[in-house]
Design a protein around this ligand. Structure first.
Ligand code: FAD
Length: 384
């Protein structure tokens, strides 16, 4: 299969990178169909304990600026000018991100960011969005895709297919199944659980201009502010073992644990026990694959190509950089996909590996430099 500028591009996954990519490609004049396994997120509700607020940094903002979306996104973001470290005893300590206090990273809800990107992409001429379309099969040689929909299986074909379908990418899975790439998945023995600090008397219960961190050695919690004056906390802890999510089974045990290790949190989180018992534990891992493109016609972007652990707050920022780089490569290669996709992989793969390693190293830094070698924290699955 080959592509020219009038041919349709299929983008699988209408998450952060897929929507941004669709917007960039539509601005280049391509007809784009975005296929998303879920219903329209703008009409639905967020799964319990899966709200996720992101730290959006300059790397991500740069991409948004290029399509004029930065101001709209920033209107829903809260700048965090430093980290606030909460010790077990004593007062929290603020560490500014820059000496002048003028640098910030921005707290934004992943859902709000996704909706803004989706609305932007869907409004552009040439973009179609097919919700409730889950990719289940792909022929990398012909670009034929099969989707499961509520109405049954649907087939579509596109000369260029781009997988922006997240860490568990079905596009990557299809390439793997056809023997066109090798992947490795490194899961941490740590998971994460969301908890909430609601507004107190109508105000933020903590300083909203900081990313709050409770470093506790074997566990760690962070909290980012939301525009409704609540904070979303994310507790990182081993999934199994004597000190782990699995070790606290009763409301009394949960309260005892938080009173001992997070004493300043307890009075601020009235729903803590209920949330702890009912919110899911998310998995954390690093995805690597040796090929991010095949034959210049099928490509991978964002978490589909390189999911990383969240401790540097760079997964989405990095996904946005992929989109900018692919756009740049299309410019340089006069929209010849067979040249642009290999160039994009060449430029981005080393950077993605660097941030993957820095994110793992920052986990140790944030937990307070616990002396565990990183390899003891993870288990690896290799697929060839
Ligand atoms: P996703 O956002 O996962 O989107 C993939 C989309 O594809 C989804 O809409 C999904 O429904 C769809 N899809 C999946 N399979 C199929 C299929 N078979 N067919 C069709 N559609 C499909 N990043 C930061 O930059 N800063 C942070 O502070 C930060 N904090 C994080 C905190 C946590 C706890 C976690 C878990 C992640 C964090 N990240 C952060 C990472 C960030 O969320 C991801 O890097 C980002 O969402 C990747 O975007 P994506 O578009 O590649 O994938």
């Amino acid at each position: 299969m080959s592509a020219d500028h009038d041919d349709e591009v299929a983008v699988v996954g209408a998450g952060l990178s897929g929507c941004l990519l669709a917007a960039f490609l539509a601005r280049r004049g391509y007809p784009v169909t975005l296929y998303e396994r879920r219903p329209d997120p703008r009409t639905g509700r967020v799964d319990r304990g899966r709200s996720i607020n992101l730290a959006l940094s300059e790397r991500g903002l740069d991409a948004l600026r290029r399509i004029g979306l930065d101001a709209r996104v920033m209107a829903e973001a809260l700048p965090m000018r430093g980290r606030m470290i909460h010790p077990v005893d004593g007062e929290p300590q603020f560490q500014a991100y820059s000496a002048a206090g003028d640098r910030a990273i921005n707290s934004i809800s992943r859902g709000a960011l996704n909706n803004a990107l989706l609305t932007e992409a869907a409004a552009l001429p040439g973009v179609q969005v097919a919700f409730d379309h889950r990719l289940v099969d792909l022929d990398p040689g012909t670009g034929e895709m099969i989707f499961e929909t509520p109405q049954g299986k649907v087939t579509a074909t596109a000369p260029v297919v781009l997988g922006a379908d997240g860490a568990g990418s079905a596009v990557r899975g299809q390439l793997l199944g056809h023997g066109l790439l090798r992947e490795s998945l490194d899961f941490l023995d740590y998971g994460y659980k969301e908890l909430t600090i609601p507004p107190m008397g109508g105000s933020f219960a903590l300083d909203p201009e900081a990313l709050h961190i409770w470093p506790r050695g074997t566990s760690m919690m962070i909290a980012l502010p939301n525009p409704d004056r609540s904070f979303t906390c994310t507790l990182f802890w081993p999934t199994h073992g004597t000190a782990s999510f699995a070790s606290l089974g009763s409301p009394a045990a949960i309260e005892r644990h938080f009173a001992q290790h997070y004493p300043d949190l307890l009075p601020l989180a009235p729903n803590l026990v209920d949330e702890y018992l009912h919110n899911p534990v998310g998995v954390l891992g690093t995805v690597r694959c040796d090929s991010w493109q095949v034959n210049g016609t099928v490509g991978l972007l964002g978490d589909a190509a390189h999911a990383i652990v969240p401790f540097y707050g760079q997964g989405a920022n990095c996904a946005f950089e992929d989109v900018v780089e692919l756009d740049r490569c299309l410019d340089e290669c006069a929209d010849d996909w067979s040249a642009a996709l290999p160039r994009y992989q060449h430029r981005r793969q080393g950077n993605a590996e660097a941030i993957a390693q820095m994110a793992l190293a920052n986990f140790v830094e944030m937990r307070d430099r616990v002396a565990s070698p990183l390899f003891q924290l993870s288990r690896r699955v290799e697929h060839t």
